[in-house]
Design a protein. Structure first.
Lengths: 238, 238
DNA sequence: CCATAAACGGATATCGGGTGTCCGCTTCGT
DNA sequence: ACGAAGCGGACACCCGATATCCGTTTATGG
């Protein structure tokens, strides 16, 4: 991430004096705390929260990261890079549809435990940051995966990489749900309910005999059409 | 919130003096403005906003509705009642799956133009309000619809009314997306993209030959299991 | 071991925006 | 026309996030 250093820290002179050992360690502690706090409480956690969680003073945090955005950029940059790696791995699989499905499952499982990451993806990522780079990498891997899956005949006609991103958004929405507990157990562990809907959606994404084309290839054209929610395999006798 | 009257206004004595004509008219204007403003800008719009939009002073609004919640309750009560009516209508159709699909489509089309309504559904509805009543009515209609659709063999095994609600939440999530415009037109009309995903999900909801059971019937049990995202009709040669 | 610069801590000033009140003015209704 | 009911909207209040400032502590190397 050198060259276009857009990470948020004040640039040091080329002939940089080596910083104090403990200062470097603290920086790492802050990033770690950031990951934990943002993960658990979301982006709305304050840098004060992060500082306290790291066992450090607010001042220290603000000296190393000009503001919350700067820290978030580092924290979620790492996170996104790991997800990009998952996508890269998926490219090696034989069955592209399965690869896509498993990638989604792995990436979303990661997101399920990381509220901040989910919020970040929802509100989008500023161009020119390391985040944007990782996001782009993920997207391009997905494009290739989608293409392969379609060539292999496993994927419904008309599905694009953009769809994959939006499916992630949808699944994310059910993760964000209040998580009602029907009866007893006070355990507040993250619900696994989202997997249920991933299965449903993946089944809707598979190639079948006589599927009608999906509406709205990718833009918001043509508000014409009467029953856009009517689709495949009607239970008709035919 | 005494007795069943839970609408939010300060209760008047039983022998109520008829209010001034203009006062009543203003109340209606406020509700109308509330519907428009909350619909367009979401729940975070202030009562000041609503007042201004209604062409009235803030004081007037606060005299009639103690706070934003009170107004929202009236505004979205009406809205939810209309959706409940849609669900009731659906019960008359012959094919229950189609009825369900069309209900979803109609209700979501409504939601697509009403940001406030969507926000409200996302964050849930306080028990004891008129909203909760309407929500319950919708839910129970959905239950019947789901039951019928399953009996008719059109619906995948294990789908419940709660799923329907969560599907609405998922679709809502794509409505909330920033709505990127790929090229030219500056028109900011509400995207119809969500229909695409409704189709996909409905296809995943239809009964097919040899579908495996959905994971997690309704609660968050069993974190065991290795590939929960693997499902139907593998492109296997069989 | 001391001197000194670097790093730290955290109390606190600042800011911003939503909320809801208050009271002088206007309008309705009789 | 007169009093009560209703209205308007400036503004005081509140709350929480942000970021600074400076006295104190600590690493480092001479």
């Amino acid at each position: 991430m050198s060259g276009p250093t857009g990470t948020g820290e004040p640039a040091a002179p080329a002939t940089a004096r080596r910083p104090r050992r403990d200062a470097e360690a603290n920086r790492r502690r802050i990033v770690r705390a950031g990951r934990e706090v943002f993960g658990a409480r979301g982006l709305q956690a304050t840098l004060n929260d992060v500082a306290h969680h790291a066992g450090l003073g607010v001042g220290t945090v603000y000296r190393k990261f000009s503001d919350k955005r700067a820290l978030a950029e580092v924290v979620f940059g790492e996170e996104l890079d790991e997800i990009a790696a998952m996508a890269r791995d998926a490219l090696d699989r034989d069955d592209a549809f399965d690869a896509l499905a498993e990638f989604l499952e792995r990436a979303l499982a990661r997101a399920a435990h990381n509220r901040g990451l989910r919020e970040l993806m929802r509100q989008g990522v500023a161009e020119g940051t390391g985040l944007a780079r990782a996001r782009r990498e993920i997207h391009s891997h997905c494009e290739r995966l989608v293409e392969q899956a379609r060539d292999q005949g496993g994927l419904r006609e008309g599905v694009t990489a953009a769809d994959i991103a939006r499916i992630a958004v949808m699944i994310d929405a059910v993760m964000a749900l209040p998580a009602e507990q029907p009866a007893g157990q006070p355990t507040e562990q993250p619900s696994e309910l989202w997997r249920r809907y991933l299965v449903i959606i993946l089944d809707g994404l598979r190639a079948h005999r006589h599927q009608p084309p999906l509406p709205e290839p990718t833009e918001a054209r043509r508000p014409r059409r009467n029953h856009p929610a009517r689709s495949t395999t009607k239970p008709s006798t035919g």
